[in-house]
Design a protein around this ligand. Structure first.
Ligand SMILES: [Zn+2]
Length: 231
């Protein structure tokens, strides 16, 4: 069964599973789901009380997975629609002409397409190209900063990920979600710094958090922005 508690301004939803274990166990999955396993004779009040007690820990666990729940509205790629780039909203303007291009003009993204149906592909290619160049430009000084710890990513690659902004392989490859190009620069820096910290600490322990805070004092602000922006 699923249930929820209110904790401050937050609602913590959880999935409850009864089993023949002796004590209550709480886990937070990378998808931010809270799973509670309890002995069969536990009352729901008891469970809720326990979750309320553990709420700060649960929130902390949830907040360290760089995940997001995409519920982006269906894009139609028509003139007048707004699209994000580096945290700013631009209005899409579609022009039909032979010579195709995508340009930022003031508050507009001007897409020149040979036919209307091409606008989506053209715009997404443009985003991907800009993600590549911007991410590298943003990452370079950050990678330099981490040299003092004698770590360096083996490479930085872009990959569409449905629920994550970034990840880091055990071999030190940093993977970034190209969708990040829609977020402000500070958010992109935050994700890169988070993954660079993983080159030193592979999980989200206090040591990891301390390092992340040392390298980016206001990371929480950017993390929240990131969640609000595209969620
Ligand atoms: Zn992480």
């Amino acid at each position: 069964m699923t249930a929820a508690i209110q904790f401050g301004s937050r609602i913590i939803a959880f999935r409850l599973e009864y089993s023949d274990r002796k004590s209550l166990g709480i886990t937070v999955t990378p998808k931010m789901e809270v799973l509670v396993k309890v002995p069969t004779d536990t009352t729901i009040e008891k469970v809720k009380e326990k979750i309320r007690k553990k709420a700060p820990w649960i929130i902390k666990q949830q907040s360290f997975f760089l995940s997001f729940q995409p519920k982006t509205p269906k894009r139609k790629y028509i003139s007048g629609e707004t699209h994000l780039y580096l945290g700013r909203l631009y209005r899409l303007q579609i022009i039909i002409a032979k010579e195709e291009s995508v340009k930022l003009k003031g508050k507009f993204i001007e897409v020149t397409a040979s036919e209307k149906s091409r606008a989506k592909d053209l715009l997404n290619d443009w985003y991907l190209q800009h993600a590549r160049t911007k991410f590298h430009a943003i990452a370079t000084p950050l990678i330099d900063k981490f040299m003092k710890y004698k770590v360096e990513p083996s490479s930085i690659v872009l990959r569409d990920m449905l629920t994550r902004w970034g990840s880091c392989t055990p071999k030190g490859k940093i993977i970034l979600n190209p969708e990040l190009i829609k977020a402000p620069k500070g958010c992109i820096e935050y994700v890169i710094i988070h993954e660079l910290c993983h080159l030193i600490h592979h999980d989200h322990t206090q040591k990891f958090i301390d390092l992340q805070t040392k390298e980016m004092k206001d990371w929480e602000k950017w993390k929240m922005k990131l969640e609000k922006l595209l969620a």
